[in-house]
Design a binder for this molecule. Structure first.
Ligand SMILES: [Zn+2]
Length: 492
């Protein structure tokens, strides 16, 4: 869905006419008083988790211009709302740019509403060097990451003015104790939580961990960091979205509570976990490489993991540089070791067998690099270690994402003749909002049990067997893997 935002008053008749014409190719028109009002509206819409997520269409922001901050608006969007499709337009340029916008926006909006064409654009666009599209692409973000620090990287006053605490206030039922209860158990169930609640979960956890480590931020700065991070994940992805990021952070933290005492290490590893899939396009390294995505050429190996690492480090550099410094100087004597970067790279499943071998070879895991890599890996594949009802929801979501990967592969192989697909209304809930049970999910998608058995047999069972042998206090992990496996085997 696309929005035409008009910031401030419009006085000239030719601008009014241009705006009326632009409104005709957008889904709605929204008037805001000023730039802080614009950001409040963008963030509130995004948290509402509706179609107004700024990924399923291109939105145009027409503003009065004149200030240095308004001239930097496009760069501000890239830095603080990376995956949004937003374009800034000064009022005085509106009439001149109108023909081009009327010509191009309908096609770009249509591409954004099609989940396969949209994914193809994110992944493959921009290889030829041109990057003029208004739709998000990995190339666009890579370029923004490589740009030198500009005024837009400092926090602009329009963003600084947003009261993030009050943005969350209305959306979090039951207050902090309720969310601590949810977070503190291995039965963490994020599938019924909306975007605002997920941000709130991350906020209460990171506020505590950073205070314990003596490196806390103010509440509003911590929330700005989390809102930026949420806007760096694709909300429209089925599996690899902010929900998965919060889930992996929660798992990492719970595992650390059993294994690691050092509060700074726990904070850094939990941070790595929430950032480990930033910018994930909902596909995989094979598809990026097979069809020559520019990001595959840029990194060569561990393509997505290198990309996540660089995107996340750039975000930390601009919003929480102290943590990046601590991450790089954590191990005395190992000057090259950077905990956040190394652990994000460890999540590449192509390295999985190596980690299983290392678990088998080593009687004890006392090397910090090995220990932290194993914990984040365990958390990243922890879906199969959760209680069955939760595990089945994750299984369902990854099944949907794999299905889209197959459609994407077909689409790329056939060029424009491939099958594309509109945004679907798939949900793991009933109409009344109840989560579907494992049996109901299998009825809906009979291929789920086979996929789960394959994943458990190929990756998870051996890993968690070895992992739990080293850390017997975590034996519930392998117990859950095996009881879930038993359920799926009965469904084959
Ligand atoms: Zn992940």
């Amino acid at each position: 869905m696309s929005t035409l935002f008009v910031v401030g008053e419009v006085e000239r008749a030719e601008v009014t006419r241009a705006l009326d014409a632009l409104a005709g190719v957008c889904d709605r028109r929204v008037q805001v008083a000023d730039l802080p009002g614009l950001f409040v509206r963008l963030y509130s819409d995004r948290l509402a988790g509706s179609r107004w997520n700024y990924e399923e269409g291109v939105s145009v922001v027409v503003h009065a211009g004149g200030s240095a901050e308004s001239r930097e608006l496009d760069a501000t969007f890239r830095a603080f709302l990376p995956v949004f499709n937003l374009v800034a337009l000064e009022q005085r340029a509106a009439a001149a740019r109108l023909p081009e916008l009327l010509r191009e926006l309908p096609a770009q909006n249509a591409a954004c509403r099609d989940r396969i064409r949209r994914m193809a654009h994110w992944m493959y666009y921009g290889g030829s060097g041109s990057c003029s599209s208004r739709v998000y692409s990995i190339v666009r973000q890579l370029r923004a990451t490589g740009e030198p620090r500009s005024a837009a990287r400092a926090i602009p006053s329009a963003v600084e003015a947003v009261d993030f605490v009050s943005l969350l206030a209305g959306a979090t039922r039951g207050g902090e104790p309720r969310y601590w209860r949810l977070l503190s158990t291995w039965g963490f169930q994020p599938h019924s939580l909306g975007a605002a609640e997920l941000v709130y979960c991350a906020f209460v956890l990171l506020r505590k961990l950073s205070a314990d480590a003596g490196v806390g931020l103010s509440d509003n700065r911590l929330l700005l960091f989390l809102f930026t991070l949420e806007a760096s994940y694709h909300q429209v992805n089925k599996f690899h979205n902010f929900r998965h990021a919060v889930d992996v952070m929660q798992a990492t933290w719970r595992l650390c509570e059993n294994i690691i005492d050092d509060r700074l290490q726990v904070l850094l590893l939990s941070m790595a976990a929430i950032g480990h899939d930033i910018g994930h396009p909902g596909s995989n390294n094979m598809l990026l490489t097979k069809f020559g995505a520019p990001v595959a050429t840029a990194y060569g190996e561990s393509v997505l993991e290198n990309m996540h690492k660089d995107f996340f480090q750039q975000l930390l550099k601009s919003q929480w540089p102290q943590l990046l410094g601590l991450s790089q100087s954590l191990c005395k004597g190992e000057s090259q070791y950077n905990l956040i970067a190394e652990t994000i790279l460890a999540t590449d499943m192509a390295l999985h067998a190596e980690y299983v071998d290392k678990l088998k070879e080593n009687h004890r895991i006392d090397n910090l690099k090995m220990l932290t890599s194993l914990i984040i890996k365990a958390a990243d594949i922890s879906n199969v270690t959760r209680p069955l009802a939760i595990s089945a929801q994750w299984a369902y979501l990854i099944t949907l994402e794999f299905r889209d990967c197959s459609l994407l592969e077909e689409y790329q192989a056939k060029g424009d003749g491939g099958q594309s697909a509109p945004q679907d209304e798939e949900s793991g809930h009933t109409n009344s909002g109840r989560l579907l049970s494992p049996d109901e999910l299998v009825d809906k998608y009979p291929c789920i049990p086979g996929g789960q058995i394959f994943f458990i047999d190929t990756f998870a069972e051996q890993f968690f067997k070895e992992f739990c042998q080293k850390f017997p206090e975590l034996n519930f992990l392998i117990d859950n893997v095996q009881s879930n496996k038993k359920f799926w085997l009965e469904k084959l």
